[in-house]
Design a protein around this ligand. Sequence first.
Ligand SMILES: [Zn+2]
Length: 411
Amino acid sequence: MSTTATRKAMPSALTFDLIAKCSTTKARASTLHLPHGAVPLPIFMPVATQASLKGLTPEQLAQTGCMLCLNNTYHLGLKPGQAVLDQVGGAHKLQGWDRNILTDSGGFQMVSLLKLAKVTEEGVRFLSPHDGTPMLLTPEHSISLQNSIGSDIIMQLDDVIVTTSPDKARMKEAMERSVRWLDRCIDAHKYPERQNLFCIIQGGLDLEMRRQCCAEMVARDTPGIAIGGLSGGEAKEDFCKVVDTCTGLLPEKKPRYVMGVGYPEDLVVSVALGADMFDCVWPTRTARFGNAVTSYGTYNLRNHSYAADFSPIEEGCECICCRSTEKGGLGITKAYIHHLAAKETVGAHLLTMHNVHYLLSLMGSVRQAIIEDRYPDFLREFFEKLYKNKSDIPKWAVEALRGVGVDLLSE
Ligand SMILES: [Zn+2]
């Protein structure tokens, strides 16, 4: 492995204000100041794949309170393509979004979407999905694309292996290669004074490998740090161990982003383990199947039991759909979504708005509870609402929270 870097400090386009720390768990509340405004952390970032959150206009996304959303470099690089992005002046202008954007490196999309993708030291080789011509995504090319997109946070290209892979040698190679690729990304980055490069900790479920990777990555001093490669079908117990181990080794004054996490219970537990930022396509994707995410669980509004249910998706929800017309909302009922969900895209749009709003407001409540130093109580209330019986609370959540001083099962 390359030895710990002796590089000059990298410029940063963010400031990270740590506002409060939970006195029991490892949870933190902070404010991340990015080029397009202040972002309260912890935060859930919705994924706007093609520079649009499926079903929402940028205005509607802004109404959910979203200050930072994700765009996919792979999709934007294919269409509209780098030349158009350069011409228009980046993705903020392209989509009429004046808040913050985070882009992924494009590598994960390739490896997961394209069967023929092959990773070599040079980069990720694949065949163009358009015309089958051989193409190569290198760390330099990924950064160049993200420089053209102009996102406020850009991600390094990493070598991603599914965490459940039994091939230890390949896992080690991927982890070490990700460190080498980070160095190439740092060298290729043209605008460190206005775009923040995040490194990505790899190493699968092997905690020793994760520790080594943390040491190497932290030494590179990027403005923020991501924990990658998770949410790939590993056991939740293993997921929690990796997050807990990594956050224990990361500098306190930098944002920590756990990639690919979006179920409400995963978010609140990861926050207790010391993570600040999350993204996932799940709340928007599941909306397209008629699923509403609420404090009492996720339920499918296509079910006939909602055909004549004239209550809002969630009682007390402040999203534009659930809010009454007297309070300036749309006053949408479960019955109406049920009526639409099967055939009309507007049903999916309405549910997307609610689901994104739910996760953003959940994280807002998490933040407030940390600031008021009552996060352990918040966690107990959260799980009690979600699971009527304490015995139904998943064991992994009970164990992970016990590890940071919270007993969900105590009276
Ligand atoms: Zn709602």
